[in-house]
Design a protein around this ligand. Structure first.
Ligand code: HEC
Length: 128
């Protein structure tokens, strides 16, 4: 009697444990890379380069070189790390914040495009 209830609840709990990560995986990441591409090419490519390698035509005028998004250093940063820099800028650098020029949605779009060019790679943090 007791053990049957135990198994029923156990089984329901098991189903819940299966469903939870599936729910997480089914969430769309924020930002639309198609919109982001247009914004990137208009606002970012002159410095960061059309492919995100940090070698756009305006780099010759800059004291601080733009980030190469394909570098291990950039790829190992989380979306939130990069979003913070896109929103507020980097100190003492020509990378100013974009909060006053791009809406939050546009900033997610452009970030999603950067991550399409150079996907997040958490392992980079642990490589020598
Ligand atoms: C005037 C040139 C310039 C423009 C335009 C520019 N950036 Fe940057 N960006 C830089 C520089 C320089 C850095 C490096 C900052 C540092 O290391 O101090 C940087 C850094 C970044 C980083 C941080 C990368 C990392 O690994 O830390 C992100 C993300 C970024 N830029 C996104 C953008 C986006 C998105 C746009 C367009 C909306 C943009 N940038 C436009 C010059 C520019």
């Amino acid at each position: 009697m007791m053990s049957r209830q135990f198994y029923t609840f156990g089984f329901l709990f098991f189903l819940l444990m299966l469903a939870y990560p599936m729910w997480g995986l089914s969430q769309e990441p924020l930002g639309n890379p198609k919109e982001g591409k247009v914004l990137y090419e208009k606002h970012c490519a002159n410095c960061h380069g059309i492919n995100g390698t940090g070698d756009g035509p305006d780099t010759q005028f800059l004291m601080v070189q733009p980030a190469n998004f394909h570098s291990l250093a950039s790829r190992s940063k989380t979306d939130w790390d990069l979003m913070t820099i896109i929103t507020f800028g980097a100190a003492f650098s020509p990378m100013h914040g974009w909060a006053d020029r791009l809406t939050e949605e546009e900033r997610w779009d452009v970030l999603r495009y950067i991550r399409l060019l150079a996907p997040f790679n958490p392992m980079a943090r642990y490589q020598p």
